[in-house]
Ligand binder design. Structure first.
Ligand code: ZN
Length: 378
């Protein structure tokens, strides 16, 4: 074992990459040199099984462990962190590291965790985490039946996006073989639904917990109910659209009973149409076309929700474009007199039990804003 290469990682870029993408560390010893002693979190994603050693400024061993699983590791405050193959004896190198390190150019106290490298890392580690979910869900062969049972359409969309992302990177980086293999397999298994799933990864994400829950008629706690239903044999890769907010109204059990909503389809449609106006109209066109087998082929990457011509050019006027696809509460939808009339005449078609609450609750809903409504950037 005298042919070990010692590498010093000094700049934040070098340190952030570290042992990532190295197939093994049989002949390499990576020495991370920091300007100060501070507690740091290391990740071992993409890393082969390795030994991690933390040293104080004067060479005391503060941490020494073999890491064989990908995970985050909280290190005690160390000046030097060494990564190497599990069997490498580091003791001959410690003196060298201690004597050479202070003379190395110091790039300042920038830690991994800032800048592009960490953003890239975050994306890659998320993508690899998705492949691990696939590995855990399937045993060997990837089956659509299992995909359908274990994941929602939007999750499957994120998984195929991750797979594509990893494959884009595997030319320039050495991504772990298993993650690459699973990426190929999952893309092949999902190939028939790829466009729909990628659309769902943006437009089909759950939204109920972000939206107000007050009944639009009485203001008491209610829940969001979908109005139009998919036909019996529609595949789940398509039906995620029926779970969109544009197809739902918030109503409480009591008001639903009072209005006889379950028995009155026209009223249900008046309510959802009045609430979502042009956005429901666009969804309705998609729904009719799907039911009647008239859907045109369209660019789902640019228009995940519905074909461009089904809505206007803005969110308020029913656009199904990518930038308008994230679920948003119904405030600011453009409503005309017909929409308002449909809402009011349905909501007030039956007397209230005690006092008439007026328009307050509906108004509250129509004015509802959340951070989500502001175009949201996390
Ligand atoms: Zn109610």
């Amino acid at each position: 074992m005298n042919n070990i290469r010692l590498h010093f990682l000094v700049s934040s870029d070098q340190r952030a990459l570290g042992a990532m993408f190295m197939r093994d560390l049989k002949r390499d010893l990576l020495a991370f040199v920091y300007p100060t002693e501070a507690a740091r979190t290391f990740h071992t994603f993409f890393c082969p099984p390795m030994r991690m050693v933390g040293l104080s400024s004067d060479g005391q061993v503060l941490f020494d462990d073999i890491i064989s699983k990908w995970r985050f590791i909280k290190m005690p405050p160390c000046r030097y962190v060494l990564e190497c193959g599990p069997k490498i004896d580091i003791s001959p190198f410690i003196q060298t590291i201690l004597s050479v390190a202070p003379d190395l150019p110091q790039s300042g106290a920038i830690d991994p965790g800032t800048g592009m490298d960490s953003l890239l890392f975050a994306l890659l580690s998320e993508a690899v985490a998705d492949m691990r979910r696939i590995r855990d869900a399937h045993h060997g062969r990837i089956r659509t039946t299992i995909q359908r049972r274990k994941f929602e359409a939007w999750e499957r969309g994120q998984i195929v996006s991750s797979a594509g992302f990893l494959l884009d990177f595997c030319d320039s980086w050495s991504i772990p073989h298993n993650a690459v293999r699973l990426s190929h397999l999952v893309l092949r298994a999902e190939a028939p639904y790829l466009d729909e799933l990628v659309a769902a990864s943006v437009a089909g994400i759950p939204w109920q917990h972000e939206f107000p829950h007050e009944c639009m008629r009485c203001g008491k706690p209610g829940s969001w109910h979908p109005i139009l239903r998919p036909s019996r044999n529609s595949p789940v890769e398509i039906t995620w659209r029926y779970q969109r907010p544009e197809n739902a109204i918030p109503i409480c059990h009591h008001c639903s009973e009072t209005l006889g909503l379950l028995r009155d389809e026209a009223m249900r449609i008046d309510l959802v149409w009045g609430l979502w106006a042009a956005r429901f109209e666009a969804f309705w066109r998609w729904h009719r076309a799907w039911k009647n087998n008239h859907l045109p082929a369209w660019d789902m990457a640019a228009y995940p929700l519905w074909p461009r011509e089904y809505g206007g050019e803005t969110w308020e006027s029913g656009s199904g474009a990518l930038q308008d696809a994230r679920p948003r509460p119904p405030a600011h939808v453009t409503r005309n007199m017909d929409h308002m009339h449909a809402l009011q005449s349905s909501l007030f078609s039956k007397p209230f039990r005690r006092r008439q609450p007026g328009d307050t609750h509906l108004q509250k809903l129509l004015n509802f804003r959340s951070d989500l409504a502001q175009g949201e950037t996390p």
